[in-house]
Design a protein around this ligand. Structure first.
Ligand code: MN
Length: 245
């Protein structure tokens, strides 16, 4: 059997082909898996759990409900885009929220899973912003606003983020090696899986004299990306996006 990991789908109404690819992935791969982990930025943005009943998300929510009902566990770690996913989402979909980071048991191996944005410590501006919006005060104030106001704030934040990213050096937006070592030491693991950077790949390195591995999931912009794990090993695969009919 297999455990699957995905992240950075950035699902939204503007990119229906990616939603279709995700639904196909659920039916053809995830429904038969031991478990599915979604490590953040599943959605392009999340304005609060009222959205779980929106038409925009209906096909996604009903498909996920079906597989959790039939006994396939779906674990989610919120990303920087969808960190407002909360308990109502969990109850409605049957998904289970995990803290970022979390240690899981993957076929007898201790593995750390996380979104990955907290490892990008060279981007001081982003880390300041992250601290601000993740505060309980900010979240409470935001969720107290009307849905329309919340959409407007998200639009503004997305625009500001695009402007900021365009002028930052690419290496600033990657993970910091010391932050990676530190978090792996803290949790006593030699395997880490994360997303966020949109730089898919496997990094093998020495951590305190032992072989360590950091697997980075890819985004779902040009195609899908999935990490398939079983007791024998890990394979990072690409899911082709069908050409529009
Ligand atoms: Mn992200």
């Amino acid at each position: 059997m297999t455990t699957l990991f995905i992240s950075d789908l950035h699902l939204c109404a503007e990119r229906p082909a990616i939603t279709d690819l995700f639904l196909e992935f659920i039916h053809e791969h995830a429904a038969q898996a031991d478990a599915l982990y979604i490590l953040g930025d599943w959605f392009e943005y999340w304005i609060g759990d009222e959205a779980v009943t929106d038409d925009e998300y209906r096909s996604i929510v009903t498909t996920i409900q079906k597989i959790t009902d039939s006994g396939t566990p779906v674990f989610i770690i919120p990303g920087n885009r969808d960190f407002l996913i909360g308990n109502r989402f969990e109850e409605y979909t049957g998904c289970r929220l995990l803290p970022d980071p979390s240690v899981i048991d993957l076929y007898g191996k201790r593995v750390l899973v996380m979104h990955g944005d907290s490892l990008c410590t060279d981007d001081h501006e982003y880390q300041t912003f992250r601290q601000h919006v993740r505060s309980e005060d900010w979240k409470r104030d935001y969720l107290a606003k009307t849905v329309e106001e919340r959409h407007n704030i998200v639009r503004e934040l997305r625009e500001r983020s695009n402007v900021a990213k365009a002028r930052k050096k690419p290496e600033i937006m990657d993970v910091n090696g010391h932050a990676v070592n530190e978090i792996m030491r803290t949790h006593q693991v030699y395997d880490l899986i994360h997303g966020h950077t949109h730089r898919p790949g496997e990094h093998v390195f020495d951590l305190d004299g032992k072989r360590a591995r950091r697997m980075v999931l890819g985004d779902w912009y040009e195609n899908g990306s999935v990490l398939r794990c079983d007791a024998d090993g890990w394979v990072l695969e690409t899911l082709p996006l069908h050409a529009p009919a």
